[in-house]
Design a protein around this ligand. Structure first.
Ligand SMILES: Nc1nc2c(c(=O)[nH]1)N[C@H]1C(S)=C(S)[C@@H](COP(=O)(O)O)O[C@H]1N2
Ligand SMILES: [Mo]
Length: 530
């Protein structure tokens, strides 16, 4: 019985398609949900397994040196925030694209999202502190993103097949479900970040650090000699001799600060040694503790830059520890490794110099090491740039050779040895300052660890060099403040300075970039007098 008046019902309806906005929207919503879910599960189980941050870590590790250099010099300490922001922007784009390539069939988009998830899994799995539990977070991210995408896609297609007003209703349902996924992802992400930092702020590391600070307060420490009077210049705007922990420059490749406790810390000294050592924090605290003022310097510091700071470190003499292990002949490199896999290689001969004062530091300015500065234990070597010596979150010391092993920055083109070059900085007048004509104070700092500074000179507009007066200093391992008062007429003078070390070598005027072994050149400052 067929009717001739009504058209035959179509057996295959016209293939439904998502509108462009819908497609991009559901791709984005599913991505946000996935990232948020990953963050939440990481916050609950293992803060270091958040896929977003793990991907950031991989990007840093795999980046060519010029890129890292560019990032640090352009964004300074905000470089990590900029990196994460960049990854988020990329995720937004890929999420939207996942939707756009799936306007009919959900499979291409699911594939793109699964691919993103696999990148997250791979990033977490190749992290240096990886454990099986860490797979939960990236897996949660992968599955929730694909699951949400498929569900939203189905609802979207249904709307395409329906007639009004049913289609309108379904479209509103899609909007609601998509927004819920996106919003849910943001909330889950925020909760995960909160939980993760809560975990590390309350339990483990924070409590452990407080305990170490208390222990150090009562420990027997061979104190550094009292500072001579006058290490600081009273002039406003001049850097203080002692840098507070909060102001101490920070340079590392760690997107998140390793969460360590003193209680579970262990150090292995191994490789080309007569006796392997395996010591815990208590063993370290039972050794003689010494206090030393050391000015640390980063090889990336530009002329006039602020990647140089000075603190009072407390720790164990590294030379003694190495001698106990007994370096074998030929072991010319001490390769130190952090818990996050970063490495530095120092010349064994430098660490074994009797007067060098290399430290396994546990305290900084009267507290345990701040977490960002290497809690619970780091190396500090007067006279060596940080990248060849100052390993934070120390875990291993291996005696080896420079021929056999390359430390983190070395295969990226940085020099192997890394002795600190004599440097100086003008602090006042500030850049673009305007000062009244007459006596003008020019002041700043200079350093040449471990030799020390014997002289600083200044000159105006290429004129004759004039001697600056030097502040007091406890020795050659720290920087030294200086100042000169010059009679300047109105104008726009350029002032330069140059420092001379205790051996009588004066800084070269030849400008060199930080790479490969430290910047050179005289700092200069132009300002207005009038
Ligand atoms: N684990 C680890 N230690 C590290 C680094 C790093 O990236 N990872 N950077 C080094 C560099 S390049 C410098 S200059 C100093 C800086 O130490 P600070 O951040 O305490 O000032 O740490 C060194 N120790
Ligand atoms: Mo550095």
């Amino acid at each position: 019985m067929t009717s001739t008046t009504s058209p035959p019902a179509p057996t295959t309806p016209a293939p439904a398609r998502l509108a462009t906005g819908q497609a991009a929207g559901i791709g984005l919503a599913a991505t946000v949900l996935g990232v948020g879910a990953g963050q939440l599960v990481a916050g609950l189980f293992s803060p270091s397994s958040a896929p977003l941050l793990a991907v950031g870590d991989r990007v840093i590790n795999l980046s060519p040196q010029p890129l890292v250099e560019f990032a640090t010099s352009t964004f300074g300490t905000a470089d990590k925030a900029v990196l994460i922001a960049g990854i988020v922007v990329l995720l937004v784009v890929v999420g939207a694209v996942a939707g756009l390539v799936s306007r009919r069939d959900e499979r291409p988009g699911s594939g793109v999202l699964a691919g993103l998830g696999v990148v997250g899994v791979a990033a977490v799995a190749t992290g240096s502190s990886f454990g099986p539990l860490d797979l939960l977070a990236p897996a949660a991210a992968l599955f929730s993103a694909v699951w949400a995408f498929r569900r939203l896609h189905r609802v979207g297609l249904r709307a395409g097949r329906q007639r009004e007003p049913a289609a309108g209703l379904t479209r509103r349902r899609l909007l609601a479900a998509g927004s819920a996924a996106g919003l849910g992802g943001l909330l889950a992400g925020a909760a995960g970040v909160g939980l993760g930092s809560g975990l590390s702020a309350t339990g483990g590391p924070a409590a452990s650090r407080d305990a170490v600070t208390r222990r150090l307060a009562t420990a027997t420490v061979t104190r550094a000699p009292a500072l001579p009077p006058g290490v600081d210049l009273p002039d406003a705007g001049v850097t203080r001799f002692a840098t507070a922990n909060a102001d101490f420059y920070r340079i590392d490749t760690a997107l998140r600060v390793p969460s360590l406790t003193a209680e579970s810390w262990r150090l292995r000294v191994h490789g080309m040694v007569a006796r392997e050592l395996d010591i815990g924090f208590d063993d370290l605290m039972r050794r003689p503790l010494v206090e030393r003022w050391v000015t640390m310097t980063c090889v990336s510091n530009e002329v006039g830059g602020d990647l140089v700071s000075n603190a009072r470190f407390v720790g164990v003499d590294l030379r003694e520890l190495l001698l106990e292990a007994g370096p074998l002949p030929g072991a010319d490199q001490v390769l130190s490794t952090s818990t996050d896999g970063w490495t530095a290689g120092s010349p064994t001969s430098v660490l074994l110099e009797p007067g060098r004062g290399a430290l396994l530091a546990v305290g900084m300015n009267g507290e345990a090491l701040p977490r960002e500065h290497g809690f619970p234990v780091r190396i500090v070597v007067p006279g060596l740039y940080g990248y060849v010596s100052a390993t934070k979150w120390l875990e291993q010391i291996e005696l080896t050779t420079f021929a056999d092993r390359q430390a983190y920055w070395i295969d990226q083109g940085w020099g192997v040895l890394g002795p600190i070059k004599t440097g100086a900085r003008i602090d006042v007048p500030g850049a673009f300052a305007s000062v009244p004509a007459g006596p003008v104070t020019i002041a700043g700092s200079a350093w040449s660890q471990p030799r020390g500074i014997s002289r600083v000179e200044v000159r105006v507009d290429g004129g004759p060099w004039q001697e600056a007066s030097l502040a007091a200093t406890p020795g050659g391992d720290t920087w030294r403040m200086w100042k000169a008062v010059l009679d300047l007429p109105a104008g726009r003078p350029t002032v330069e300075c140059r420092a001379t070390d205790a051996d009588g070598s004066t800084q070269t005027d030849q400008r060199a970039d930080p790479i490969p072994d430290g910047a050179t050149g005289w700092p200069s400052r132009r300002f207005t007098v009038g």
